[in-house]
Ligand binder design. Structure first.
Ligand code: GTP
Length: 255
């Protein structure tokens, strides 16, 4: 059975669950087969009804009570415990119909991205014969200044190197930007030197270093597509689908 697992990763509040829910609905509206997995043991409510839910095996509130942990410790322990159930989750994944499988990951990105359990989950769910990718969500409202945008690109590149799967970076919540702000982001994303030029215009003591970083990250942006989207309004989902479909089926349609 052929699937494309798409891990939805991003900082807290960047819109992972909203994207999972609305992209699922959008794919269904295009007659594209899709399933969803919730891998966040701490989430209380979801806008979508996941086909597979890690909370069936581990729920953070139970862990918190059982081990008398604080909120962060309980989330870390829950994800570590989730690893124990991965063979069950894998069996469930194998039963899913062919198509896209959107995997919503824990709210606090650093717990999933930088602890061993997160990498282990990706490794177990992505054996060599299964296609996998990731989308990294960036909150557009916190990257309106050149340095802020630079730091978000950095963060996405850090996740890219951690997981080593094909990645798309989605600049989410663009419905909250005005026309001028949208154009600014679109320019930084599509014109090679635009971000570097914007950074040049800011007085700083580390201009040479910043220029080097900007050039390096502009090369990274040639490998990883950056796509402005609105998960709330399903804006630019065609473009997201285009890139994912290249990864999945080289652009070929479903039968
Ligand atoms: P945690 O897992 O709790 O860290 O959050 P998350 O990354 O899953 O984000 P979630 O989907 O819960 O969204 C966080 C907030 O951003 C919610 O209030 C969403 O309604 C809002 N949101 C998400 N995407 C968009 C968007 O495209 N536009 C707007 N305006 N709001 C959005």
């Amino acid at each position: 059975m052929q699937h494309l697992l798409v891990f939805i990763i991003g900082p807290a509040g960047s819109g992972k669950s909203t994207f999972t829910s609305s992209f699922k609905d959008w794919l269904l509206s295009q007659n594209v087969p899709v399933s969803t997995i919730n891998m966040d043991p701490a989430v209380e409510s979801l806008e979508y009804d996941p086909d597979i839910d890690i909370r069936e095996f581990v729920f953070v509130r139970d862990v918190l009570e059982k081990y008398d942990l604080g909120p962060n410790g309980a989330i870390i322990a829950s994800l570590d415990l989730a690893v124990e159930y991965l063979d069950k989750v894998t069996d469930q994944v194998n039963e899913l119909p062919e198509g896209y499988v959107l995997v919503d990951t824990p709210g606090q990105m650093e717990i999933f991205a930088y602890r061993q359990s997160g990498r282990y989950i990706i490794k177990e769910l992505c054996p060599l014969d299964r296609k996998c990718s990731a989308v990294f969500l960036i909150d557009a409202t916190i990257c309106m200044e050149p340095y802020d945008f630079l730091s978000q690109i950095f963060l996405s590149s850090s996740v890219y190197y951690r997981f080593r799967v094909p990645l798309l970076a989605l600049i989410n919540k663009i419905d909250l930007l005005d026309q001028k702000e949208r154009e600014k982001i679109a320019k930084w994303v599509s014109e090679k030197d635009a971000l570097e030029n914007a950074l040049e215009g800011i007085e700083s003591v580390d201009k040479d270093f910043t220029r080097k970083i900007a050039r390096m990250l502009s090369e990274y942006m040639e490998i990883v597509p950056f796509i402005p989207v609105s998960s709330k309004l399903s804006e630019n989902f065609e473009e997201v689908y285009y890139y994912l479909h290249q990864i999945y089926r080289g652009g070929e349609d479903f039968e």
